[in-house]
Design a protein around this ligand. Structure first.
Ligand SMILES: CC(=O)SCCNC(=O)CCNC(=O)[C@H](O)C(C)(C)COP(=O)(O)OP(=O)(O)OC[C@H]1O[C@@H](n2cnc3c(N)ncnc32)[C@H](O)[C@@H]1OP(=O)(O)O
Ligand SMILES: N[C@@H](CCO)C(=O)O
Length: 312
């Protein structure tokens, strides 16, 4: 799996003026570079560059004969430096913001001699980083598809990340506790209540819903590191594109929200769409209907496929 990773060695000075050596890793899927239109996909909080293939976290969307068809496109996906997937971790995570990550990805594209891409698709934090990239380089993409994300972290999301930051500083099982709290933000009361119906697990002497939460806490603890999660949470807290910069973006923008998303509420995304439409930008809005909330972008594949097939 990791043999497929490619690296670009960068020296990068953060907005806070600290210099770092960054081994920016990435994966390519589909057609060889420069033989087909390029689609850049930015991963979400605990994702990584493995967007397609057997273990791909978006394999229902990206692959041979899928909506993002690797027979037709070159798909490029960077790892957010410090996500740990390539074993690179960042100690002083507070030095980095999504704006820094965007600059690092742009440097990566430059090093690969990619001047522009056909499309950028980003879910959640990945979409926030994509907004930051386009604010810096408004002509970068022909098409922009931000999914379940916004150009800014609003107060409620910031507050939930703050709770996670406190949990991540806890001495006992910090990552598990933070993930359990996060799962409740990724889903909705209806999603949990309909699914678990207060069923009790006699063997484990706890509710099935509790068992499921504990499972997710432990599962993330096994596949992710505390340092990486602290960084990702910090990034999610600090998406902050200046509103004026949005107007300059030249891409055709197709915003996708989830009607029940607690993290990036559909109402906020719709407001951004309406503002940009009033400014005569080439923008459209799509809403996934789901009881599941934010994580619907990883679950409601039929709807996502239907929306994206009419865009690409
Ligand atoms: C976005 C990116 O960039 S990548 C990150 C995306 N991936 C993740 O977030 C990984 C965590 N996974 C998830 O959150 C979910 O699996 C999703 C969003 C991908 C899909 O959601 P759902 O279809 O509702 O799956 P669910 O949340 O039930 O997870 C399935 C797992 O829970 C386990 N599970 C389900 N019910 C229970 C229960 N009562 N008790 C314990 N475990 C349970 C299943 O065994 C399954 O385990 P596995 O993943 O090891 O096979
Ligand atoms: N559950 C997803 C969504 C976060 O936006 C993740 O862990 O990355």
């Amino acid at each position: 799996m990791k043999t497929e990773l490619n690296y670009i060695n960068l020296t990068y000075q953060t907005n806070s003026e600290k210099e770092y050596h960054i081994p920016l890793s990435y994966q390519l899927f589909g057609k060889d570079l420069f033989t087909a239109p390029i689609i850049l996909i930015n991963h979400a909080l605990t994702g990584n560059s493995e967007v397609s293939g057997v273990k791909g976290w978006w394999k229902q969307l990206v692959g041979e004969n899928q909506i993002v068809d690797t027979n037709q496109y070159t798909v490029l996906c960077f790892n957010i430096p410090g996500n740990g997937y390539d074993d690179f971790l960042i100690e002083d995570y507070e030095e980095f913001t999504p704006s820094d990550i965007a600059s690092i990805f742009l440097k990566g594209l430059e090093t690969l001699h990619i001047k522009n891409v056909y499309a950028i698709i980003g879910g959640s934090l990945g979409g926030g980083v994509a907004w930051e990239m386009l604010a810096k380089q408004p002509k970068l993409a022909e098409i922009f598809i931000p999914i379940a994300c916004d150009y800014r972290t609003h107060d409620w999301l910031h507050a939930q990340c703050l709770v996670q930051k406190f949990l991540l500083d806890d001495k006992e099982e910090p990552l598990q506790k933070a993930r359990i709290h996060a799962m409740l933000c990724y889903r909705t009361p209806q999603s949990l209540n309909d699914r678990f119906q207060n069923q009790y697990n006699q063997d484990k002497q706890r509710l099935e819903s509790e068992d499921w939460l504990v499972y997710h806490g432990n599962a993330l603890n096994e596949r992710f590191s505390l340092k990486a999660y602290k960084l990702m949470n910090h990034l999610l807290m600090n998406i902050n594109v200046a509103e004026e910069a949005l107007e300059n973006i030249q891409a055709r923008m197709h915003m996708i929200s989830v009607d029940t998303d607690l993290f990036f509420p559909a109402s906020e995304i719709r407001m951004c769409f309406e503002d940009l439409r009033e400014k005569n930008k080439n923008v459209s809005y799509h809403e996934i209907q789901s009881i599941h909330g934010h994580d619907a972008f990883l679950m409601e594949y039929q709807q996502l496929n239907n929306i994206i097939k009419n865009i690409l």
